[in-house]
Every structure is written in C-alpha cells, then in structure tokens.
Design a protein around this ligand. Sequence first.
Ligand SMILES: Cc1ncc(COP(=O)(O)O)c(C=O)c1O
Length: 380
Amino acid sequence: MTARIRDLTDEECRRALVLKWGTTAAGVIPAWVAEMDYALAPVVHEALARAVADGVTGYPVYDDQPELGEAYAGFAHRHFGWEVAPHRVRPTSDVTAGIRVALDVLSDPGPVVLPVPAYHPQLDVVGLTGRERADLVLDADAARAELDLDRLDALLAGGARTLLLTQPHNPWGRVFSRAELEGVRDVVLRHGARVVSDEIHAPLVLPGAEHVPYLSLEGTADHAVAVVAASKAFNTAGLRCAQIVTGDDATARTLREVPMARNDSWSPLGEVAAVAAYRDGDAWLAALLERLDGLRALLGEQLATHLPHVRMRPLEATYLAWLDVRASGHDDPAAEALAHGVRLAPGHHYHPGLAGHVRLNLATSPERLTEIVRRLGAAW
Ligand SMILES: Cc1ncc(COP(=O)(O)O)c(C=O)c1O
C-alpha cells in the first residue's frame, strides 16, 4: 500500500497538538511552533500502540541501545550515504538537551558561535552551560543565507571554542552544501575548535537539495558530534528521545559516562517511536516530502499573488518558511497577522531586535495554507 499523509481536522488538531492548536484562540489558524497538522505515520502509531499495550512505560535501558543504534545507522546509510557505527548513537531526552550536554561535557569553556537568526532555545542553551554567545549574524539583506566564514574565523581567533551549527538550518531554510561545510570544517580545524551540529531537520530535506552530515566530512570525527532526532519529521517531539552521534569511540565513551542526573534521560516510548520511524518510516517520509514540496510551491504562488512585496527565503528543507515583511512597514508583522486570524512565530524570537520578519509553518492542508495567505494579505 502506498503511504499517504492524512490531514487532521481542526477538531483532531486541537486534541492532538495541545501546544500548537490548544493554546491558540478558536478561529485563529496556528502556523507557529514546528509541529505538523497530520496524523502520525501508521508505522509509528502501531509501534507505540503495541508498546503502550505491553506497558512499556518504565525506565529506558541506560547502557546500550543496539536496536536504536542499528535503526539510525540504517536510516543514515539509506538517506545520506553516511556510515554510522551503531554503538556511537547515544540517546538523550531531546535535541536541546543533547546540545547542552555536548557543550557541557565536550567543549572548552570559551564562547560558542551561534549563527543567528537561530531556533530560539539555542539563544539560551549556551548561557545555561556557563558560556557566552558569539553571534554570527546573517545580514537580513543578503541575497543568499550563507555562513560568513571570515567572521567565523575572527570569532574563533577571538577566543570562541565551539560552533553550534544547525543544518539544515531553521529558520534560514538552508541546506548547506558540501563545499560550504568543508569551508566551515577548515576554519574550525585551524583553531582547534569543536562543532555541535544540530541535524534535527535532516530528514526534511526537500527535492533539489542534499543533506551532507557534518560528521561525514573527512577530518571531523574527533571535533564534532551530531544531535539528531526523528521527532521533527515524524511529529513525535513530546516523546522525548533524541540521539547524539559521535565520530569516535573516545567521545562516545565520554558521553556514556555522563551521570544520568546531567543527561536528562529519555523515554522508552520515544525510543520505540524513533526505532519505528528510522527503520520502517521511509515510505511515509517520502509521502511527507512530496506533500511539503507541493506546499512550498503553493506558498510561493500564493505569496506572489497576494503579497508580492513579501520576500520568502528559498526553502531547501524544513516546513518553516522565513519571511521578510519589512516592505509592508510593520515592525511586528506577527502581531498584525494574529489580529487577522493567523498565529505566526515572530522573527525577533529568533533574532532579538530584528524587525519585520516572521516564520511561517506550512505543514498543514493546502486549504488552510491558502486561507493563511489570504488572511496575511489582509493583514500586511
Ligand atoms: C534546529 C532545531 N533544533 C532543535 C529543535 C527542538 O528539538 P527538541 O524538541 O528535541 O529539543 C528544533 C525544533 O523545532 C529545531 O528547529
């Protein structure tokens, strides 16, 4: 049977997505937090239903997770051509916790370079580890969202010790090319710095782009970790199981020795969902990417028709479009949108002080997306 994406009705959305829909006023269409208005992938649903029926609600196994390691290694091989040693896949509660642990345990104490705009908890997670943030700011007027390697070089020369890379990038929408990532690697190597690569959006690379795992590049194994998860692509963020992938055994050992109290342990149900998604979710994921590709095109057409002065950064991955609305003259276009019945994520959450930008989540039905843009046309 071919997999298909089932749209949830408004009523189902309100029951399922307790944050995205449950905290949004009736009549307002939520297009903010990164969750999708779709039914769970049947393979994930069935695995979870079985696990709940079996009562798998206790502690996870803390030492080894061979099934999860094998499942992720298989996924990485099939989707990215990346060979991962299963024993180097270590669960953690979520991606943000994985980043915090990686910084805490593996990085020198110096500042952390963060490309900004950034997924907003990343703005805070650096400080929680007692480190300063060194922002690598994207010029809002730049034709293409690129990492400024000269600036990265200067920040590392100035004492920063780690780069917190997000790729594919939220909210830039970029999938960095092999050449760009090799450029990053060369700068990092020159300064003996580390990389934490948040690759949560890697399964969501859209047609036309290709994800290159940072750790798949030569010369990165001993200075980088990747923090990955099935949760963004399979709508399971609440189940709490991300993974830290290491490139060498020494780093894997260091992470394994982290006391539980620091690591925020993961949920066994999250592990069940991740194994099912990685091992059996390819057909559903392919259907999802086809759907998102269509919505990306629809959003482009609708914006061109109703809001030609709004600039959307090319969306190479994710379902999160970054819109520059400055030409409409509104400093806080998300507030205007809300007043017209659409809840967006304000751009200044991702880049404090940045005016005139929003992030729009397009992972909904074509009908809702069309209505969203119609309302935004009235708002802006
Ligand atoms: C780049 C990025 N990292 C991490 C997360 C959150 O992951 P988690 O809920 O596992 O901490 C998100 C959520 O949208 C994200 O966009």
